[in-house]
Design a protein around this ligand. Structure first.
Ligand code: KG4
Ligand code: ZN
Length: 345
């Protein structure tokens, strides 16, 4: 006898994307994301504008997610929302809405750690783009690379996470965003640099590969060395950046991706893990996705690469964590505050 499905509404508002998703057990029925274009003109996210935009977006975005899923709000089993980490003003919009709706429907509220959600997005049915891989099983390593974090996480169970390495300064996505600014390109920098890198020569310029002795990362030195390099070259050739844009992007991307995968390969050996995942906004990167598959074949790893819609911030990943917490009856009291820094998993 099959029991009726669990329907979870997920709400994500940690940074500049307002997102709502509906999940039926581990299957996504809708995943709606409103991107905030307003930040582009400022070259980065303006927190006050982000929270005001979340306030405008949250009701239509939730409506749209329910409508696409063809689910009435009365059918929901619980509401999962991002508690942190993120921008406090942005988090408060999502959490207040989630709390109000859960209270009015008299259903459980479930807090979710945003970074854990990036990782557990791999349990969304059909998330892996590689169809020939076995279903993801524990233990696995996840390289979580976003605008605010760069971590290698050892995952032994849904809620047993150990960070084995992380950045000691800039996150990988932050390095992309800063390079983009230096080159006079838009925010966020990752997608545009990735696009230009695909048309450039990755070995044209040699930037120092940032390597740490353990499983940590560092990207601020790379950013500074690229800055000094383009400043020096621009003195003799004022058109240096425009003439070499593709090759600068390709050489930078090659350096970042090889540094990320070098550390992941070391961690895989140390922890004797064969299941390898990538997650977070930078996991949308074409070179990281391609190179991971190459080293995966070499090392005989099982590889898990999320569909694009589950890489950058989205509420589907919040809903899947909600589903696993619902099974454990891990519910949240309405008095729990949002937190901008959230290191506990
Ligand atoms: O996970 P995410 O959407 O938000 C955070 O939680 O930070 O990640 C956003 C980051 C930005 O820094 C953006 O530049 C980067 O992901 N990003 C990329 C690509 N697409 C987005 N970085 C490299 N290559 C991409 N294709
Ligand atoms: Zn994120």
């Amino acid at each position: 006898m099959s029991s009726s499905p669990i329907y979870i509404l997920g709400i994500e508002s940690s940074c500049d994307d307002t997102s709502a998703a509906v999940i039926s057990n581990d299957k996504i029925l809708s995943n709606y994301i409103a991107n905030q274009e307003i930040h582009r003109q400022y070259g980065g996210v303006v927190p006050e504008l982000a929270s005001r935009n979340h306030q405008e977006n949250i009701v239509p975005v939730v409506h749209q997610a329910l409508r696409t899923a063809n689910i009435q709000k009365e059918q929901l089993s619980a509401i999962a929302y991002t508690r942190g980490p993120g921008l406090l003003g942005s988090l408060l919009v999502g959490s207040s809405f989630a709390k109000g709706l859960a209270m009015s429907l008299n259903i459980p509220l479930i807090e979710v750690n945003h970074m854990q959600a990036h990782v557990l997005a791999h349990f969304i049915d059909g998330s892996n783009i590689l169809e020939n891989q076995p279903k993801l099983s524990f233990p696995f390593l996840c390289l979580t690379v976003s605008g605010g974090h760069t971590q290698i996480v050892l995952v032994k169970n849904y809620f047993d996470f150990t960070i084995v390495g992380e950045t000691i300064d800039d996150a990988a996505g932050e390095a992309y965003d800063k390079l983009s600014k230096m080159l006079g390109l838009e925010y966020p920098g990752g997608p545009i640099i990735d696009k230009y890198a695909q048309q450039g020569n990755a070995t044209k310029f040699q930037f120092p590969k940032p390597l740490m002795p353990n499983f940590d990362f560092t990207f601020s030195g790379l950013k500074t060395s690229v800055l000094y390099f383009i400043q020096k070259e621009s003195k003799t050739n004022p058109n240096f950046i425009t003439e070499n844009m593709y090759d600068i992007c390709a050489s930078f991307q090659h350096t970042v991706v090889s540094s990320l995968l070098h550390q992941l390969e070391k961690a895989a050996k140390e922890f004797q893990v064969k299941n390898m995942c990538i997650a977070g906004g930078v996991s949308a990167n074409s070179s990281l996705r391609k190179e991971l598959q190459h080293i995966g074949i070499k090392n005989n790893w099982n590889i898990y690469i999320p569909q694009m819609q589950y890489c950058t911030d989205n509420a589907a990943m919040i809903a899947i964590v909600g589903y696993y917490k619902f099974l454990e009856k891990e519910f949240t009291h309405h008095s729990i505050p949002s937190v901008s820094k959230f290191s506990d998993f």
